[in-house]
Write a protein that binds this ligand. Structure first.
Ligand code: FAD
Length: 621
């Protein structure tokens, strides 16, 4: 190919598509090179988007003009808000998707994006000039040049699939691995390791007895993923079900443990702690005699079922027996065996916060190759890498949000400072400022930044500004309006208020009371909301109810930021820092954190050690 691209993205999975779309939206001439155009946007495992921590990432991707939330709205067949009864910080949207509709939505977005071309070929090598990447070489020897390359090869690098004693090479079931590229990358100073993940057998839904399973309908009112989305975009909705393993299931697994590649030593890669296989669960939670299985449809036009919770790499005969030991699955027909996959990943500590390799300039890495697991984690990294590939090519400073600005910031900071020895997934507990990083305010946090970066078109920006202005108007009104004690006795308000105020109170203050909402005040005829938009009212209420906590967290951020960004010289001799333990010295010397904040998040580096380091740095300055 004679064309010179600004950005080449290798891989059409969740990281790759967001990277390519972001780069092209910013005006870069972008090429997406992937094994197979038919599998663009393919979900390798469970066709579900979101969940706790992950839903937050999806909303952030959406706020940055990314695709995942919009695709989930077009493909979601069962929506829920997890933690609905808990505080807004940990509430999370989750959608079970129709696998084909999701893939179609992603492909349509890729194919209609101006400035983005797609080419179906395996990439076998990078073109390097000195320590810089200048393009890629494909399987048929085609050389394609670009200023930067974003590598998002997922689980495909030297992928090895395990089903019991049977092993073979594969990128995921039905797809070839990227063996040549993996061998080439192993020669580069990228710090390669092995990880593992797994998937359950799929079942023909016609062979399941649903009458004995617990039904789990979607939520009403149905949540919507994208800030620009609507329920009208959702396809037909279906119910999920819940089944359970039992002592017989566990006994069958225990008896077959010597045939499990996980426990026989056949698999060397470390698996996801929070998404363990059923054989892992039986060993780790030996006192439990039952585990839940979410029986989730794979789509509207297929009878195939994804039994979420019994991921396994046990031999097929054991898979069949364990599935059939479950109530409701006695006659189950397995359509595809479960399996585990081992693959190469690269130590993310070798990356800058822009996801650019520290060793090879112009090379950006995103997704599962950085040691994460999950579509959402991959997509979020892809978007950030795509943006930074363009900024780098233009000679502009990189962009990466801080930990108090986005889950995306938490994800990147965790990866590049702590690295990971097991597949990393996002949780709300990883974010120390989670009250500020809610799903509901992702657009308020990030859309203005995305606009500045060139990711948000005029229509979306106008919609965002309308919303932001409506929130401000509603907040002003709630602050300016006072309700009298008499007003607070109207309708059922007295019950909701708890204590009736003794003098007129601002609506903004009344909203701090747990049982009081703007709709209640409106229904009682004592207040009229300026906006009819649920998202606007929700935002005003959340900001009023949690104002005290949010202010405290903001003050904490400010305090920490004054030290967080304090730079540590790259050549600092940690042996010269008085009082540090040998272990902490070793860790700091190995990680070489760039700031005090990064140093504080290295596991084993205690607050006391940070104080010693701070004293040392102040003395040097
Ligand atoms: P992928 O989605 O894997 O996409 C990689 C893309 O790169 C593909 O399009 C591929 O064709 C392309 N590609 C690779 N190499 C080349 C090359 N050399 N040239 C051209 N194209 C190339 N996540 C969970 O959260 N929970 C789970 O339980 C879970 N289980 C999983 C089980 C299995 C068996 C697998 C395979 C994955 C599982 N995942 C799970 C992980 C989830 O699928 C990934 O996290 C997610 O797909 C990663 O996205 P990605 O874009 O990084 O890579």
């Amino acid at each position: 190919m004679n064309e010179q691209y600004d950005v080449i993205v290798v891989g059409g999975g969740h990281a790759g598509t967001e990277a390519a779309l972001a780069a092209a939206r910013m005006g870069a001439r972008t090429l997406l090179l992937t094994h197979n155009i038919e599998t663009i946007g393919q979900m390798s495992c469970n066709p579900a988007i979101g969940g706790i921590g992950k839903g937050h990432l999806v909303k952030e991707i959406d706020a940055m003009g990314g695709l995942m939330a919009a695709a989930a709205d077009r493909a979601g067949i069962h929506f829920r808000t997890l933690n609905a009864r808990k505080g807004p910080a940990v509430r999370a949207t989750r959608a079970q998707a129709d696998r084909s509709l999701y893939r179609a939505a992603v492909r349509a977005a890729v194919e209609t994006q101006p400035g983005l071309s797609v080419f179906q070929q395996s990439v076998d090598d990078l073109i390097l000039q000195g320590g810089r990447v200048t393009g890629v070489v494909t399987q048929m020897g085609l050389r394609v040049n670009a200023a930067s390359v974003v590598l998002t090869a997922g689980t495909f690098l030297a992928g090895r699939i395990h089903i019991g004693e049977h092993q073979r090479e594969g990128g995921r079931a039905g797809d070839a691995p990227a063996t040549t590229l993996a061998a080439r990358l192993r020669e580069l100073p990228l710090g390669v390791g092995r990880l593992k993940t797994g998937t359950p057998p799929r079942i023909d839904g016609r062979s399941i007895d649903y009458s004995v399973l617990e039904i789990q309908p979607g939520d009403e009112p149905r949540p919507v993923f994208s800030f620009l989305g609507s329920r009208d975009q959702h396809p037909r909705q279906v119910a999920c079900h819940i089944a359970r393993t039992n002592p017989r299931t566990h006994a069958l697994i225990a008896e077959a443990m010597d045939r499990s590649p996980l426990f026989s030593g056949q698999i060397e890669g470390v698996g996801p702690r929070y998404c363990p296989s059923i054989e892992d669960k039986v060993v780790r939670f030996a006192d439990r005699d039952s585990h839940q299985i979410f029986v989730e449809p794979e789509g509207l036009d297929t009878r195939e079922i994804y039994p979420n919770g019994i991921s396994t790499s046990l031999p097929f005969d054991v898979q069949l027996a364990l599935v059939r030991s479950i109530r409701g699955f006695e006659q189950a027909h397995i359509t595809r065996p479960g399996y585990a996959i081992e693959y190469d990943y690269f130590d993310p500590r070798g990356l800058a916060a822009s996801l650019q390799s520290r060793e090879i300039t112009g090379l950006f890495l995103a997704g599962q190759v950085n040691g994460t697991t999950g579509y959402e984690e991959a997509a979020a990294q892809g978007l950030l890498a795509g943006v930074n590939a363009v900024l780098w090519q233009r000679g502009e400073p990189p962009w990466s949000p801080a930990r108090h600005e986005a889950y995306l910031g938490v994800l990147i900071d965790d990866l590049i400072t702590q690295g990971t020895l097991e597949p990393y997934r996002m949780f709300t507990s990883r974010a120390e400022y989670r009250l500020m990083l809610r799903e509901d305010n992702a657009d308020l946090r990030l859309t203005p930044v995305a606009r500045r970066l060139g990711l948000i078109d005029d229509d979306r920006w106008a919609a965002f500004e309308r919303k932001r202005e409506a929130i401000e108007r509603e907040q002003t009104r709630a602050y300016d309006t006072r309700l009298t004690p008499e007003d607070c006795r109207q309708g059922d308000l007295a019950d909701r208020m708890g204590q009736i105020p003794v003098e007129p109170l601002r609506v903004a203050e009344l909203l701090r009371r747990p049982g009081v909402s703007m709709r209640d005040l409106q229904a009682a005829g004592v207040y009229r909301c300026a906006s009819e938009d649920e998202a606007v009212l929700e935002q005003v209420e959340i900001q009023a109810k949690y104002a005290g906590y949010i202010e405290r967290q903001t003050a904490e951020v400010r305090r920490n930021l004054s030290q967080e960004g304090l730079e540590i010289p790259g050549d600092l001799d940690y042996a010269a820092v008085d009082g540090l333990s040998h272990e902490v010295r070793q860790k700091l010397s190995r990680h070489r954190p760039r700031t005090l904040g990064q140093a504080s998040r290295i596991s084993g580096v205690t607050p006391a050690a940070i104080s010693l380091l701070l004293v040392h740095l102040r003395r040097r300055h």
